[in-house]
Design a protein around this ligand. Structure first.
Ligand SMILES: [Zn+2]
Length: 214
């Protein structure tokens, strides 16, 4: 586990005030560990700061990596493409025997946490994104900076999703039967490559699937 202390000021996501805080931020977390930091990170409670002016708590988005050996996956957030798009990375992973690892690039730490939850539940993240698009009619035009829908867990054959606001407060929760997942196309996603599987990916895929049907 490594940490990072921001040298600049932090902007509050609620009131837009700038403030300085000497907080240690996690940059790499092992999602298979049972310590508190790891469990919190898996739930998306990562690098939280509280604004001294309006008291709103939110996630400070700094480069962040969550990795899991048990589900052979790594998800990174807020990392520039130059850092992860090392051309011979897939070769290096194959040599090290990690050619089957699923690597995901995400915009936000909460999305990196969601990816690892999806993989730990044995699910396909592209199918989960398609389900969000098909089941939640507001999702296609949702501004993900204001609110978002996220996969929380798989319990008793039900996929649990929640709608959250920009400070990650839960506004609503939804249960979707596993039969919906079983009937959703499973796209095979290349391993050992940094890939973004997000709303944009789901819209592109869905539009392609629709064209094929009509
Ligand atoms: Zn504030």
């Amino acid at each position: 586990m490594s940490t990072y202390i921001p040298d600049g000021s932090i902007r509050c996501e609620n009131c837009n005030s700038f403030f300085n805080k000497y907080v240690r931020f996690e940059t790499v977390i092992d999602a298979d560990s049972y310590d508190e930091a790891s469990q919190n990170a898996l739930e998306g409670i990562i690098n939280r700061v509280t604004c001294p002016y309006c008291k709103t708590e939110f996630t400070y988005e700094n480069p962040f990596m969550l990795h899991s050996y048990s589900c052979k996956s790594i998800a990174v957030a807020a990392v520039s493409s130059e850092l992860v798009n090392v051309s011979n990375l897939s070769v290096a992973l194959k040599i090290s025997g990690a050619g089957e690892w699923q690597l995901r690039r995400c915009d936000f730490a909460r999305d990196a946490a969601e990816k690892i939850r999806i993989f730990k539940s044995g699910l396909n993240d592209a199918a989960i994104e398609l389900i969000k698009l098909r089941q939640f009619h507001d999702y296609r035009n949702m501004d993900l900076y204001d609110e978002y829908i996220i996969f929380d867990n798989l319990i008793d054959n039900k996929l649990i999703f929640s709608l959250r606001d920009y400070t990650d407060n839960v506004k609503d929760t939804y249960e979707i039967d596993m039969s919906v997942y079983n009937n959703t196309p499973k796209l095979s996603i290349p391993t050992a490559k940094w890939i973004k599987i997000n709303k944009r990916f789901a819209i592109k895929t869905e539009d392609k699937l629709c064209k094929r049907i009509y």
